[in-house]
Design a protein. Structure first.
Length: 481
């Protein structure tokens, strides 16, 4: 590497390390409207380049405006924080700049991905199978539905598929990516049947059985059932064992969306949440969520490798990549992607550092923190816990004394309260609708979070809530994501 390039990269690393220091003003987010940010930022792409000095200045500008997802107040999505092993894995993967389609071009990387997927499969208690790393849980759910189609109609990849005579089943609290999968495979969102849930947001197996029977009587065949282990808002776990009984009775493919909740399998205390997962035909599991790896690191695992191989058989035409003598080693034959980055390395390095016991301790710690926040909410007369937490999603809202708990005024009040939190810039939690109420959803998946962080969050909510009107219509709009 030339001297100038080496000095530039050393400067970039120094800027990144400086960025990882706690912010002096304590803010994790600066509230700037898109129009203001466009006006104050140079986004012009020049005809003649300005060189590496300009790039370094651009990097400083980017880091100064980035949301501090590594700071303890960041509890908005189902991921957060930073692990040194993960960052190191990203750096090495980018530096080696390989792609994961053939063993020939990615020999050790291919073995590493296979080893990681095999270990995840062992935690799923599946005696056999294979998988691939994907671009996220949405892609994993898509692959689960695609494999279900392949298993039900082996010629569908060649002949096509009339989705109007088929349907698939999810709970009412399933992730929207399942509807996306129905759209992409040709089933259509109209043929996605949403099954009733119980009071804790879990799919009702009896309701599922009735729904499959009803659709069968109407002349539509069941393509698959998608159970969720860790719903997005509530963090609920569908009961896999009785759902698997229903699927077995009707001969239906069972896919489990464990993108959020899969890490429970590391904990001897909490792995019961996914009892029966070994009976699933396929599972997706995001290591970039509870396990804290940098985005993206997501696994799709299937019991019947021949189904996955057939669903991804498009690559057989790529004579310039795949050759018969490496059929069992080329991971591109098990993926919908051709070019695919090495996301396995960061997970491998983190796993080597922490081991199963380290992941299990992390899960248990997060659950203890969620219990702490729940108890703190219960102890405050003007805070209401909405739903009993099962995972590390804690949903609550502020209800001023003397004000009815239901109604638009309370919903507007809590929507405004979240905006006030964002504007103050020290905490990021999400807004969601749960049980017909607007709630603040705090998700604990960030290794920087401590019990004191959660106490500070509650204190901030109470303090800001006192400054907001309850009955007047809000004049504050929710900022765009």
């Amino acid at each position: 590497m030339e001297g100038e390039s080496k000095r530039f990269l050393e400067s970039v690393l120094a800027e990144v390390l400086a960025h990882l220091e706690p912010p002096k003003d304590g803010r994790i987010r600066h509230d700037l409207a898109p129009s203001s940010l466009r006006k104050t930022t140079d986004l012009e792409l020049p005809i003649i380049g300005a060189g590496l000095d300009q790039v370094l200045e651009d990097i400083r500008t980017y880091l100064n405006g980035a949301v501090r997802t590594d700071q303890p107040g960041f509890m908005n999505p189902l991921w957060g924080g930073l692990t040194p092993e993960g960052l190191a894995g990203e750096l090495v993967a980018a530096a080696t700049n390989t792609s994961m389609y053939t063993y020939e071009i990615a020999p050790l990387a291919s073995l590493i991905e296979t080893a990681v997927l095999d270990r995840m499969r062992q935690h799923l208690r599946m005696p056999s199978g294979a998988g691939t790393l994907t671009t996220g849980g949405s892609a994993g759910n898509l692959m689960g539905v695609l494999c279900a189609r392949q298993a039900a109609l082996p010629a569908s990849g060649h002949d096509g598929f009339d989705g109007r005579s088929w349907c698939m089943f999810v709970s009412k609290e399933a992730h929207y990516s399942v509807a996306m999968a129905a759209n992409v495979v040709g089933l259509g969102r109209a043929n996605l049947v949403k099954v009733d849930t119980d009071g804790q947001g879990r799919m009702d197996p009896a309701a599922l059985d009735r729904a499959i029977q009803r659709e069968t009587e109407l002349g539509r065949r069941a393509l698959c059932v998608v159970a969720t282990s860790g719903t997005t808002v509530r963090g609920s776990f569908d009961p896999i064992q009785p759902i698997a009984d229903v699927c077995e009775h009707h001969g239906v493919w069972l896919h489990v969306d464990a993108a959020w909740g899969g890490a429970c399998l590391f904990s001897s205390t909490h792995r019961h949440l996914m009892d029966g997962v070994e009976r699933a035909d396929s599972v997706c599991w995001d290591a970039h969520k509870m396990m804290g790896l940098p985005l993206v690191c997501s696994a799709f695992i299937v019991q019947r490798v021949e189904v996955l191989r057939a669903a991804c058989a498009h690559g057989n035409e790529a004579h310039y990549l795949f050759h018969d003598d490496a059929e069992d080693q080329d991971l591109g034959r098990l993926s919908l992607q051709c070019g695919r980055r090495n996301d396995a390395l960061k997970l491998f390095l983190a796993w080597r550092s922490r081991g199963d016991a380290g992941w299990g301790a992390l899960v248990d710690r997060y659950m203890e923190l969620a219990a702490h926040l729940s108890e703190r909410v219960r102890s405050e007369p003007t805070l209401e816990l909405v739903g009993e937490p099962t995972w590390t999603n804690v949903c609550f809202r502020h209800v001023p004394e003397g004000v009815p708990h239901l109604g638009e005024s309370i919903d507007r009040h809590n929507a405004d309260l979240r905006v006030a939190l964002l504007e103050e810039g020290r905490f990021m939690v999400s807004r969601a609708d749960l049980d017909e109420r607007v709630v603040l959803r705090s998700v604990i998946a960030n290794p920087a979070v401590e019990s004191s962080t959660l106490d500070d969050l509650v204190d901030a909510v109470l303090r800001l809530a006192r400054t907001l009107p309850v009955h007047a219509k809000s004049q504050v709009e929710e900022p765009r994501a």
